[in-house]
Write a protein that binds this ligand. Sequence first.
Ligand SMILES: C[S@@+](CC[C@H](N)C(=O)[O-])C[C@H]1O[C@@H](n2cnc3c(N)ncnc32)[C@H](O)[C@@H]1O
Length: 211
Amino acid sequence: MLFDDLGSTSWHNRHHRVFAQLDELLVAAGVSDLTVVIVGPGGVTRPMSPFLNDAARTNSAARKVVGDLARYSDQLLRRLPFVSLRSLEPIELDRALSMPHRLIAVDRSARLLDAVRRDLPNAECKVIDIARHAIDASADLVVAMNVISRLGDAAPAGVRNVMAALNGGGWIVMDDRSARQHLVDNHRVSQVGEKTYRVAPSDGARKSVVP
Ligand SMILES: C[S@@+](CC[C@H](N)C(=O)[O-])C[C@H]1O[C@@H](n2cnc3c(N)ncnc32)[C@H](O)[C@@H]1O
């Protein structure tokens, strides 16, 4: 492929607040270890990464200009398949979770998953197109931010594949747009925090190891 149309976050700590609250919720629920699947984590170019804005910091106006310029450059550069990537979201999620966890990253892009492996050697990486294939994992928590909304007509299939990877009683973190369209009308799903939901077990479903 000449150009890679990889999607991305393009700044640090985009979901910082959500991940911090998620950890508090898990701790309050007594979760002591868990299997996490992160779907569609996105990536930025490694060369631009240090210059991108950081949502967890207050940036000066000058620093913001640098961050914005880096973001536009990043959007062009990451289309070049030979430029190496960093996937910020798995690193930030890994850091936010205070309990032991097994991290599985799922994306349709093998190039992106190479970047995940480089920063998180213990993460398991699976190249899967969730619009077409099931996720062969059994998770207590699935994070699927800004990926379902990118699937167009295949979004319902993508949600089914994401939900099927979740153990009964499991947790799901999803952006508002996707959740509004695909989660909130599901009677098994209740919102427990910002962009954070819990899914009641269906009859005969796998039991979650989390409380
Ligand atoms: C817009 S980025 C989202 C990045 C990050 N999660 C965020 O919230 O900013 C979309 C991500 O989903 C991945 N993706 C898109 N379609 C996919 C599919 N059908 N199956 C698996 N991953 C997909 C892209 O490769 C990319 O990593």
